[in-house]
Design a protein around this ligand. Structure first.
Ligand code: NAP
Length: 310
């Protein structure tokens, strides 16, 4: 019987594991991807994590993992396929099913599964993914060295990606559906100072063109309705994230965006079921808030287990 099973080894899950290990809890940290770290691994430069200005996202992810390993937190490389709650005589237990078979039984769960890339949902996107359509500029940018790329979106990720790609590609077009970016001011200022980046305002992508590789985008001006083709070799889609909260279905409610409502301590409406990181309903989704969520959730788990013993 575990005290807690932490699902997802991104910054939230790893912080939760560090706090839970230091509190002497019997825990398992489960990660489905071959490398722990979560979305931070795909961030080229993290400039707002206190104390480590400008650190490469992959390096920061590795630092978190080294810390987890230094405390010898038990990590399981597997995918959770379902969570069932069972009432017992003294308290509820959670049965966590794993893809490779087997089941973990725990007093509590910390869901720190994070979020995945949102899709544009236009023709050509699915068929050309991996053939010029990418959701990770730092992973795939180098394949398009000296070529022309488009980035779609107007948030921090889109602007960071455009800046990153401007150093690799000959020309970068940032395509945004509105006339103002959502990205932080400091990123916007950097973007506007780069000569090989063009911003296309009030523009949406209607189709990604190409057969065995991306050749262009069908663009539509949202003001005039005019359509045109922009010839590009790559389309980097950065239109936000979707929380990976499917495992909570049937256990706790989510809001319209799929996020799980919970206070700062991560406690959901279901006793013993906690949420931390990007999957939690909150104002600011950053590495620093994910880490804080993990620490708070592990602490709340300790309080919960203490109450069970009384
Ligand atoms: P985001 O902030 O939600 O921005 C998504 C962007 O995509 C918005 O500009 C949105 O347009 C646009 N968009 C959404 N759906 C679209 C569609 N169907 N077609 C065209 N455009 C669409 O997402 P993000 O940039 O991926 O960032 C996710 C979170 O990670 C944010 O909270 C961000 O602050 C955070 N982040 C943090 C760091 C860091 O801590 N260093 C770095 C990167 C990201 P509208 O503006 O019109 O809605």
């Amino acid at each position: 019987m575990y005290d807690t099973v932490i699902i997802g080894a991104g910054p939230a899950g790893m912080a939760a594991a560090i706090y839970a290990m230091r509190a002497g809890l019997n825990l398992a940290l489960i990660e489905k991807n071959p490398v722990s770290g979560g979305q931070v691994l795909n961030t080229w430069e993290v400039d707002n994590y206190p104390g480590l200005p400008g650190i490469n996202g992959f390096d920061l992810g590795m630092k978190f993992k080294e810390h987890v390993d230094r405390l010898a937190a038990p990590c399981i490389d597997d995918e959770v396929t379902g969570i069932a709650r069972e009432e017992t005589a003294d308290a509820a237990v959670y049965r966590i099913r794993l893809a490779e078979g087997g089941e973990l039984v725990s007093r509590t769960v910390i869901l720190a599964a994070g979020a995945s890339h949102a899709r544009l949902g236009v023709p050509g996107e699915e068929a050309l993914t991996g053939k010029g359509v990418s959701y990770c500029a730092t992973c795939d940018g180098n394949f398009f060295r000296g070529r022309e790329a488009a980035v779609i979106g107007g948030g921090d990720v889109a602007v960071e990606d455009a800046i990153y790609l401007s150093r690799i590609c000959s020309r970068v077009t940032l395509i945004h559906r509105r006339d103002a970016l959502r990205a932080t001011k400091v990123l916007q200022e950097e973007l506007f100072g780069i000569s090989n980046i063009t911003v296309r305002w009030n523009t949406v992508v209607k189709e990604i063109q190409g057969t065995d590789r991306v050749t262009g985008l069908t663009l539509e001006d949202t003001v005039t309705g005019a359509r045109e083709t922009l010839a590009v070799d790559a389309a980097f889609v950065a239109v936000g994230i979707l929380p990976d909260t499917g495992l909570a279905a049937g256990l706790v409610e989510t809001d319209a965006g799929g996020y799980i409502p919970a206070g700062e301590d991560g406690a959901t409406a279901l006793p013993g079921f906690f949420v931390a990181g990007d999957a939690r309903k909150k104002r600011l989704r950053q590495i620093v808030t994910a880490v804080a969520d993990g620490a708070n959730a592990a602490t709340a788990v300790q309080d919960y287990l203490m109450r069970l013993k009384k």
